[in-house]
Design a protein around this ligand. Structure first.
Ligand code: HEC
Length: 165
């Protein structure tokens, strides 16, 4: 056991703990991973996982997706993104103010995304998966006042951004 190993482990655990919404397991079986720095990413993992099947809270409980996706809706969604969302969301998986959108349609259901966009405040107050993001991101996403139709267009754009054809 050399004396540099523990500081390196602590650095790695700390580094991964501060990435919004992403999780990486530190090397298994090291002593540093059992201390308190580890408990935070661990609980995020649980809540983010809980979000995968959740429909969130709001009036959408069944969204029919089309295959292939609707290019016109996706183009409108892109415009809305540029006008109202770009300030806080990147299209990669990098955190800006909020989580990057790449992969969002894989970790959230379409219903959750629609409810989130149209019912942000209520979801932030009550939805567990949304609250987990808030803890990590430190600021609350303001309600964007989109119509249902606009929210649906943004969802289509997110699908396109995730590589859906
Ligand atoms: C002022 C900054 C800001 C703006 C503008 C904003 N958001 Fe957000 N968004 C956030 C933050 C911060 C979060 C993380 C949850 C939280 O803390 O409220 C978030 C989370 C999300 C999520 C969940 C992402 C995930 O990975 O689970 C979606 C979807 C989303 N926003 C959509 C939108 C849409 C659509 C718009 C534009 C119409 C928008 N946001 C505009 C700050 C913003």
């Amino acid at each position: 056991m050399n004396r540099y190993l523990v500081p390196i482990m602590i650095f790695l655990v700390g580094f991964f703990a501060f990435q919004c919404g992403s999780n990486t397991q530190p090397a298994p079986g090291n002593k540093a991973s059992s201390d308190s720095t580890q408990s935070k990413p661990k609980s995020d993992t649980v809540v983010m996982m809980a979000g995968i099947n959740s429909k969130g809270i709001g009036r959408f409980d069944s969204i029919q997706l089309t295959h292939p996706l609707d290019q016109k809706m996706a183009a409108n969604g892109h415009d809305i993104y540029q006008a109202k969302c770009l300030a806080c969301h990147k299209l990669t998986d990098e955190l800006l103010v909020g989580p990057g959108w790449y992969g969002v349609t894989k970790r959230r259901t379409p219903e959750w995304i629609m409810n989130w966009i149209t019912n942000t405040k209520v979801m932030l107050d009550k939805d567990q998966a949304a609250q987990a993001d808030m803890v990590v991101c430190l600021i609350r996403m303001p309600n964007q006042d989109l119509t249902d139709e606009q929210a649906r267009q943004v969802l289509e754009f997110m699908r396109k951004n995730d590589g859906e054809k």
